[in-house]
Design a protein. Sequence first.
Length: 499
Amino acid sequence: MKRATLSLTIALLGLAAGCTVGPRYSRPAAPTPAPDAWKTQPPWEQAAPKDSIPKGTWWQIFHDPALDAYEQQLLQANQSLVAARDRLDQARSLARVATADMFPQLSADPSAVRERGSGNRPLNGAAPTIMNGSVQTVAPYTQNVFTIPFSLNYEADLFGRVRHNVEAANASLQSTAADLQNVQLVLTAELAADYFTLRELDAEYQVVQESVGYERKGLDLVNHRHEGGIANGLDVAQQATLLDSTISQLALVQQSRAQFEHAIAVLVGQAASTFTVPVAPLRDAPPPVPLGVPSDVLERRPDISTAERTMAFENAQVGIARTAFYPHITLSGAGGLQSQNIASLFNAPSFIWSLGADAFEPILQGGRNRANLAAARAAYDQSVANYRQSVLTAFQQVEDGISNLSTLSQALATQSAAVEDARRALSIANNRYVGGVTTYLDVITAQTTLLANQRLATQLLGQQMVSAVYLVKALGGGWDASEINHEQIHPQAGQILQP
């Protein structure tokens, strides 16, 4: 009869094992623009498909070997990236912890005890024994107890608490994997932006240095004219002031370059005091960036995937909170050996065992389970709002990037014309001054105007490159959400024998 009851119980548990309470996860709708066009049109003819951004090495789109080398150093030595990889390893291990609850838990607790019982110990309510006409007293005793017990426990996951835990752990694992990719994208984009800014400062330094050389020649000319009595001391003082001011600008450009060089050193995992980036002025305009279509962004941004996997995690937490309203059933068994003599410990009479089941059903909890369920639902709703906000931010960043490149392209074209106009104005001012038609102040003004326009043109080119970097970053850097699908931990039969 007992065996039949036990078999029936096990059969019912097996049939109920597929019953899982809690909501099934499906990705909520996100606000998306028209699926086939961006609002702002890029300042180039786009002919490349979306996957032409190199996957994993998006910076190769700029065709700069030096940048490629620095990015590889970053991937190997950046400590923030190392920490993100360690977080992913931790998430994998925690997911394995969650799957352990799907298997029986076996433990052993061997013990060896020598004990003495008191001769004055209480009888625990038993009546004294009368033997040979006298009351039998309690005698002290000394004995050995050798025990090798084993216990086996298994939670019958009738309502899916363990399965929801595994689901939540895998969602957290995939979220961490996407977060690793986002950290890598942010760091590599920051390095590229700093690199191109440094190159722009090299070009700007060259412009200011050329201006210093030109102004020194101008000061020599004014000095000669002053010595010949043609120019006055005011002309000399004005040109000397301009020269000193331009030399000061040169020092400030060097200071800015040093700061970006130090930032690059940290990104590639090197000490700033021993790291040097060779001088190489920026000359090239950014290449066209393959945009794809707006609907692709949902699958190409690792931060959006992080937010989406967070929703899946919170959805599983809702399921876990709902299982608290249902019975928690645990099957247990124990067995082992016990004897007061180690020589007879392994004899058949020393064998001990027990079988049992425990069904814990919450009845009155003071509203605890209801409050936990409400909190889990609120956390899920919050994750949905965060996901939709991430999507909106992504579209904003892409539109900003396209708009920036379009505006900077137009500005650079007109600024290049302004530089040529400033050169022509300086030439006219010099000729008029030498001819005695105007004062040297016109030459000073023309020199200042030319330098300012040259520096602005160089800065616009640098901004173009940085904007192209951030546009590629906004598009996800060639990443794809399918890359985290393999990050899942499944229960393996071999875990049964693992400690």
